[in-house]
Design a protein around this ligand. Structure first.
Ligand SMILES: [Zn+2]
Length: 87
C-alpha cells in the first residue's frame, strides 16, 4: 500500500495517464479510500483542464511554470494528509 506522500508524488502522472497499470491501480485504490488525496488529485485534474481550455496565448509560460511549481511545493511540503487509510 502506498503512503499519502507517494500518492502525492504520483498524482500528476495519474492525472496525465502516465502510470503503469500496477501503479495506476494502487493510486486509484488509495484515492478511493483517502478523501484528502482524492481532493488533491481532483485539484490537479481541474487545473490541467483549465490550462487546456485556455487559448495558448492567454497562458504565458510564467503562469504555467508558476502553477507547476505550486504543485511541486505541495508535494515537497508533504502529503495532503498524514494518515494511512489502512493503518
Ligand atoms: Zn492519502
Amino acid at each position: 500500500m502506498k503512503t499519502c506522500q507517494q500518492i502525492a508524488e504520483l498524482a500528476s502522472q495519474y492525472v496525465d495517464g502516465e502510470l503503469s497499470m500496477a501503479d495506476w491501480g494502487q493510486v486509484r485504490m488509495h484515492l478511493w479510500l483517502c478523501p484528502p488525496c482524492r481532493a488533491y488529485a481532483d485539484q490537479i485534474a481541474m487545473t490541467r483542464q483549465v490550462l487546456e481550455q485556455l487559448p495558448a496565448e492567454a497562458v504565458s509560460e510564467d503562469v504555467k511554470s508558476e502553477l507547476v511549481g505550486r504543485f511541486r511545493d505541495w508535494v515537497d511540503a508533504g502529503a495532503p494528509c498524514d494518515e494511512d487509510p489502512e493503518g
